[in-house]
Design a binder for this molecule. Structure first.
Ligand SMILES: Nc1ncnc2c1ncn2[C@@H]1O[C@H](COP(=O)(O)OP(=O)(O)OP(=O)(O)O)[C@@H](O)[C@H]1O
Length: 629
């Protein structure tokens, strides 16, 4: 009886192949020490025809791309070892055809993200390109001191960053996006696609796209060079020099009591109603957020800034824009700026720096006509057009290719990847105890977070940390409904939608954006939700009120509105009540936690009709640290 030398059995694999009805190729090895293999447990001596069978007889379907190499004598009389399985080298033109945005290896991504491919919406940045940028950042880091001093900034600007803007922080270093962007915008470090330093033509308009992951410091990456440029331009501006000279003379004349002179207010500053830099953001909330960062610089760097949004009355907006003291940097929404520009086109006549923050939103179908019109109107004086975004949707990518083919893309290596420090948990709503009740699953998840926090002993006795949680829903109508349900379960929840008054929006968001800890007095332990209210009631019974309220959580229920740009530093947990419609929404919503190196957690509630495959792929991609597609 013939016994196999190895555990690999020809018969077993044959049986399996027939069972699965799959085509199978048996490679013939014409070696001198040829030996038939049988399974060790197979005591009967199998007919020898099995060993002699030609591959086609053992259930093999003829391969379409069969080569001469197949079969026992296939490899004979060949001069070259045409070994199968080794891919042919792609020609340079093939590589070039497939390379978009610095080399595009789509096949690999397709394999990894089958479900996400169905809803693919993000432009792809190749891993080669990412590695190249990473290498350049590391090289730059080792050559220079890793501080803001490495940039060619005006001393007043550089000295204001740590004490005024990034206050109370230790060991502050520029982030990757800041390392790439600041030199490029200053004109000291821009590189073209092949890595060569770009020569900056100061007279022609330059266009930049800053794209980096959420919470990576993009705001400062464009603000620092813009403020620097504003100060440099001010020093060279003949109009401003003449105005200052006139003011000096006037002051002297006023001191001379024998002369009667006109009041200073009669001489408006050359920049009155004509700002030099404009920052556009999609919402009033972001106007305030970016405006406060701009203002923090102006304490030491002398410039004038103004924020305008529909939160303010017409008089306030007019006074800010046409202040006799002038205005250097304006932060606004496109709607408001566009309507002001309709009545007073001069507002855009001196703009040298136009920044479109959250460019993926401001250049999508809804906002695009307004934003594009502003870009067109500002173009004659524009020196730098800066677009900034955490995601590059395909639509934005193709828009930029058509409209701004020469745009310089400043992209970080981790673009479109959700940081590994953010963990994603999945709650199966179909399982017990929820049985398809997503609202209950959401309330129970929040109670579990509160209960775990109550178990934890805080730094101060009798005090406990308040956990700030964001809950994202897909539909605006659901926000109010879910908020009421959570309140009925003793959760401190509020709803934030477009219908919420803008002033109220700011108040609501304040406790989620402040990094300082929020504490409450430690009272009775809240326990779990089921200890406070039964999960199930017989039909017709009304649920009794919850025994206790959950004191140590603050919940904001919102839609996509709360997912763009808001610097929710205090948020450690984001609950995705609905599976987001696209990868872009996943990135922005999960981006509200784990900001600037902090840890975070996302929890997705997956129900019967939700795309589990999409969630699984996002989870897998996050675990591997891969960019989503
Ligand atoms: N170099 C730095 N070191 C430490 N913290 C920084 C640094 N730069 C910025 N920050 C802080 O990081 C936080 C996030 O910054 P920012 O809001 O600019 O992120 P972002 O990339 O614009 O995020 P999003 O895409 O969500 O809009 C802010 O609180 C900011 O003060």
């Amino acid at each position: 009886m013939l016994r196999p030398k190895t555990s690999k059995c020809l018969l077993c694999s044959f049986r399996e192949a027939r069972k699965a009805q799959k085509p199978r190729v048996v490679q013939w090895q014409p070696t001198a020490s040829f030996q038939l293999k049988f399974h060790p447990s197979d005591s009967s001596n199998r007919p020898s025809r099995m060993g002699l069978a030609q591959p086609r007889e053992v259930g093999m379907v003829k391969s379409r791309n069969r080569r001469a190499q197949d079969g026992p004598f296939g490899g004979m009389n060949q001069k070259a070892a045409n070994i199968r399985g080794i891919p042919e080298r792609r020609s340079d033109s093939q590589e070039k055809r497939d390379s978009r945005f610095g080399g595009f290896k789509e096949k690999k991504l397709d394999k990894d993200f089958k479900a996400l491919k169905m809803q693919r919406s993000l432009a792809v940045v190749s891993y080669d390109h990412r590695m190249l940028i990473k290498k350049r950042i590391q090289e730059g880091r080792s050559q220079q001191s890793d501080t803001f001093q490495q940039f060619d900034l005006l001393p007043s600007v550089e000295q204001s960053i740590l004490p005024q803007v990034l206050t109370d922080m230790e060991d502050v270093k520029p982030t990757p996006v800041q390392r790439i962007t600041i030199p490029a915008l200053l004109g000291t470090g821009g590189r073209d696609a092949s890595g060569r330093r770009r020569r900056m033509n100061k007279d022609s308009q330059q266009q930049f796209l800053i794209a980096a992951e959420t919470g990576s410091g993009k705001t400062l990456s464009y603000l620092i060079p813009t403020i620097n440029a504003v100060k440099l331009a001010e020093a060279e501006d003949a109009e401003i020099e003449a105005h200052e000279q006139a003011l000096k003379e006037e002051k002297l004349r006023q001191n001379d009591l024998t002369l009667v002179s006109p009041p200073l207010s009669n001489m408006p500053h050359p920049t009155t109603g004509r700002p030099r830099a404009i920052i556009l953001v999609p919402t009033a909330e972001l106007v305030e957020q970016v405006g406060s960062v701009v203002k923090s610089f102006s304490h030491t760097v002398k410039f004038r800034s103004a924020v305008i949004s529909s939160t303010y009355s017409g008089t306030v907006i007019r006074n800010r824009l046409f202040s006799p003291g002038g205005i250097d940097i304006l932060v606004s929404t496109p709607h408001l700026l566009s309507s002001i520009a309709d009545s007073d086109p001069n507002i855009l006549s001196r703009v040298s720096h136009l920044i479109i923050d959250e460019a993926d939103s401001l250049l999508d179908r809804g906002f695009s006509p307004l934003t594009s019109a502003i870009i067109d109107r500002a173009s004659p004086s524009l020196k730098q057009l800066i677009l900034c975004s955490a995601t590059i949707p395909r639509s934005l990518d193709s828009f930029l290719r058509k409209r701004f083919p020469a745009i310089q893309r400043l992209v970080t290596p981790n673009l479109h990847a959700i940081p590994r420090r953010v963990q994603l948990g999945v709650v199966d709503v179909e399982r017990d105890p929820y049985r398809g009740n997503k609202d209950l699953a959401c309330a129970d998840t929040i109670w579990s977070i509160g209960k775990a926090a109550a178990d934890h002993e805080g730094p101060v006795k009798d005090e406990t940390d308040v956990k700030r949680i964001l809950v994202f829903v897909n539909e605006r109508e659901k926000t109010e409904e879910l908020t009421k349900y959570l309140q009925s379960k003793g959760v401190d929840a509020t709803a934030l939608t477009r219908d919420t008054a803008e002033l109220r929006q700011s108040e609501m968001l304040a406790s989620f954006t402040s990094a300082s800890p929020l504490v409450v007095r430690k009272g009775e332990h809240p326990g779990s939700l089921s200890e406070n209210q039964p999960n199930y009631l017989p039909p017709g019974h009304v649920a009794p009120a919850v025994k206790r309220k959950l004191p140590n959580t603050k919940v904001l229920v919102t839609t996509d509105l709360g997912s763009r740009g808001i610097d929710t530093l205090a948020v450690r947990t984001v609950i995705l009540y609905d599976v987001p419609h696209s990868t872009i929404d996943f990135i922005h919503r999960l981006g509200r936690t784990g900001r600037m190196g902090r840890r975070g957690r996302g929890i997705v509630l997956v129900g019967k009709h939700d795309r589990r495959d999409v969630v699984a792929e996002v989870k897998d991609g996050m675990f591997k640290g891969q960019a989503l597609i």
